[in-house]
Design a protein around this ligand. Sequence first.
Ligand code: OFO
Length: 163
Amino acid sequence: MIGKVMEDAINKQINEEMYSAYLYLSMSAYFDSINLNGFSNWMYVQYQEEIEHAMKFIEHLKNRGGRLKLYAIAEPPNEWSSPLDAFKATLEHEKHITKCINDLVDVAEKEKDRAAYNMLQWFIDEQVEEEANDEEIIAQLEMVGDNKNGLLMIDRELAQRKS
Ligand code: OFO
C-alpha cells in the first residue's frame, strides 16, 4: 500500500498533468484561430498525451490502494503573440514539469517507495523527449523567422503527428 506522503505528492502531480493538458488544448485552439492546423494538431495530440500521463499516475494510486484527490485546474493562458512565443512557453512549462518529476523521485527515495521510484523512471525519459521535441520545433521556428513559406512547411510537418 502506498504511504500518505507519496499519495499526496502524486495527487499534486495529477493536477500538474491535468493543467498541462488544459494548456495544450488552449494552445491547440490558439493555432486553430490563426489557421495553422498542423500546429493545432500537434498541440491536440500533446493534450491527449498529458491526459495519459495523468492516467498513469491515477492507475498507480489505484493499484496501490491510494486515494485519488482531484484539485481544481487553473485557467491556462488563451493567447500567444506568435507560434515561437507559444513553443517557448511550452518548453518553459516542460522544464517546470521536469522539476516536478525530479522532486517526486526525491520523495520516493526519501520514503523508500521503490514501486513509485520505478514508475517514475518512465516519466524521467518522457521529459527528456518532451523537452527535446520542443527545442527542435523552436530551432526550426527561429530558422524560418518571418518567412511564411517556412512556417507553412513546419505546419505541414506537424500535421503528421499522431501520437
Ligand atoms: Fe508534458 O509531460 Fe506531462 O506534464
